[in-house]
Design a protein around this ligand. Structure first.
Ligand code: ZN
Length: 84
């Protein structure tokens, strides 16, 4: 249905973008968004929250076998609860 340019203007009155609220990171000095972790150093309020976890290299089948063989069997210890 055709509508007037006024209707279009009314609808588009809510399309304006707002500026991003940016501050300088206290740790590295990079520009960052408020209330967000720094993309430069990955810190938020001085705590490293975006630290990447480094995975240990995968063990081969031989290494896995060797690891299981060398382990001494743990002695079974039954928990004895004291009863009166
Ligand atoms: Zn930073």
């Amino acid at each position: 249905m055709r509508h007037t340019s006024g209707h279009t203007g009314n609808r588009r009155s809510h399309h304006a973008l707002t500026a991003v609220d940016a501050t300088l990171c206290k740790d590295c000095g990079a520009l960052k968004q408020k209330h967000r972790a720094c993309s430069g150093c990955g810190k938020y309020k001085g705590i490293d929250v975006l630290a990447k976890k480094v995975k240990a290299p995968k063990k081969t089948k031989k290494e896995k076998k060797a690891a299981t063989k060398s382990k001494p069997k743990a002695a079974k210890v039954k928990k004895v609860t004291a009863k009166k």
